[in-house]
Design a binder for this molecule. Structure first.
Ligand code: NDP
Ligand code: HSE
Length: 441
């Protein structure tokens, strides 16, 4: 390795992911240096609390509580932003790029909200912003979309993009555990975001869906324009009923492009999916993404979507690309700087309206167990064009109340929700009706 250039790396954030990157870069340094044709030097990492005990322990002079000392250090070539959030992380990222540094990130919240601005600054600063770890942890989905499947347009991309919620749903299904019990284990395993609502209310996966929609269709979709629903209201009972009906419940991102109408829709919500679908079989902390391209057909990628090692793997693959770029290799086939390519992809695409939300539903009611209940509910459904496909009624222990589970044929979301609003007001209805979409790929 004589006469090879030394590439210097600084980490912003030394938590789950930061320590993973440090650990694996050190462990695999020699092999990586040979593959990349450069020497690598881990210069410094920034954390908030230097007194915290950490599994990975750099020398004291390699840890700082001043992240700006990293982005302003003229000796550092690559900055990895692994702090998270959208305030300090944005400031540090923009400053690093303006200082001419290559930035690598795992921060999907930042990209989904400020990607347009950050990509523009990377372009103006003649540098690069890499973000493989921001979607689906260790799965190389960004490279796959931009490089491997570059020949394709994508009518449908869907899948599981949040490891924490998939882990929770899997354990609820397998062990009949409560949501809270499994959440505690997910925390202990380092899967859960510092702001837990990101995982549990669907925002984290929605951020990732926004990034995939941009890469596939060139359009930044705002969270306000999306359906975003999390997993907090799903019970072990729902999971068991779904199983009885031949389904699993998964938190799904669904990105659909209609090339005839030139519309795109991006949604994130739990859904029933037939248990024989490959994506339904993606369990635990794994993510799975089904990409349907007009040339290749359907390709499915499955891998670890969260956790220290899987995410470090993706960050290090970006560091490798960053090193190659610094050594003068051409940038990836399509990079975030190729704004014209993304504008062409978007080609005046509009967001699909609410009328495009038509699918079968799963409905859970809790009602007084008395004569006439089913007839009244059926009448409301009939008045709104809701056609029942299956029904399960189960008496509750005191036998004064019952659970009724319906599945419906495909119906518009507006009609379904109107009918459930009226059912909720009926005197025998004991809790707000709950509904889940049934997803048909
Ligand atoms: N965990 C995972 O499985 C995955 C995470 N990601 C993303 O990676 C990023 C990092 O996540 P993760 O490692 O889990 O988060 P952690 O909370 O474990 O780590 C965040 C790190 O940032 C440091 N930090 C926070 N504020 C400051 C500050 N003001 N100055 C200096 N350092 C600061 C923290 O310091 P201290 O340690 O002292 O508190 C900590 O080391 C996020 O964007 C996340 O969404 C992406 C994929 C998977
Ligand atoms: N909290 C995220 C981390 C990976 O982005 C998840 O569970 O998928």
């Amino acid at each position: 390795m004589k006469n090879k250039r030394t590439i210097r790396i600084g980490l912003l954030g030394f938590g789950t992911v930061g320590q993973g990157v440090w650990k694996h870069l050190q462990a695999d340094q020699t092999a990586l240096e040979y593959r990349l044709g450069a020497k690598l030097e881990l210069v410094r990492a920034a954390a908030r609390d230097l007194t915290k005990s950490r599994a990975v322990q750099p020398r004291p002079d390699q840890l700082t509580d001043d992240p700006f000392s990293i982005v302003d250090d003229p000796n550092i070539d690559i900055v990895c932003e692994l702090i998270g959030g959208t305030t300090l992380a944005r400031e540090l990222t923009l400053r690093a790029l303006k200082n001419g540094k290559t930035v690598v990130t795992a921060n999907k919240a930042l990209i989904s909200e400020f990607g347009e601005e950050i990509f523009a600054v990377a372009r103006e600063s003649n540098t690069h912003y890499f973000f493989e770890a921001s979607v689906a942890g260790g799965i190389p989905i960004i490279k796959t979309l931009r490089e491997g499947l570059v020949a394709n347009r994508f009518p449908q991309i869907y899948g599981i993009l949040n490891g924490t919620s998939n882990y929770i749903l899997t354990r609820m299904e397998r062990e009949g555990l409560s949501f809270e019990d499994t959440l505690n284990d997910a925390r202990a395993l380092g899967y859960v975001e510092a702001d837990e609502s990101l995982d549990l209310d669907g925002w984290d996966a929605a951020h990732k869906a926004v990034i995939l929609a941009y890469l596939a269709h060139g359009k930044w979709v705002k969270l306000d324009d999306m359906v975003v629903e999390g997993i907090r209201d799903i019970t072990t009972g729902d999971i068991a009923y779904a199983k009885e009906l031949g389904y699993k419940i998964k938190l799904l991102a669904v990105i659909r492009r209609d090339f005839t109408q030139n519309t795109v829709s991006v949604r994130l919500h739990p859904a029933l999916i037939a248990k024989q679908e490959l994506i339904a079989q993606v369990d635990e902390v794994f993510n799975g993404i089904s990409l349907t391209g007009d040339v290749v057909g359907t390709t499915i990628l499955v891998g670890r979507g969260a956790g220290q090692d899987a995410t470090a793997s993706a960050v290090i693959s970006d560091i490798a690309d960053a090193v190659a770029a610094l050594l003068g290799a051409p940038p990836p086939i399509i990079s975030e700087e190729d704004v014209d390519i993304y504008r062409a992809l978007a080609d005046e695409v509009q967001l699909a309206g609410p009328e495009s939300l038509v699918c079968p539903y799963y409905i859970r009611l809790r009602v007084k167990d008395e004569p006439g209940v089913l007839a009244r509910v059926a009448q409301v459904f009939a008045d709104h064009g809701v056609s029942v496909a299956t029904m399960i009624q189960q008496e509750e222990i005191n036998s004064a109340s019952a659970r009724i589970i319906f599945t419906t044929h495909a119906v518009s979301e507006a009609s379904l929700d109107q009918s459930l609003g009226l059912v909720a007001e009926l005197p025998f209805c004991l809790e707000t009706p709950f509904r889940l979409r049934v997803f048909k790929p």
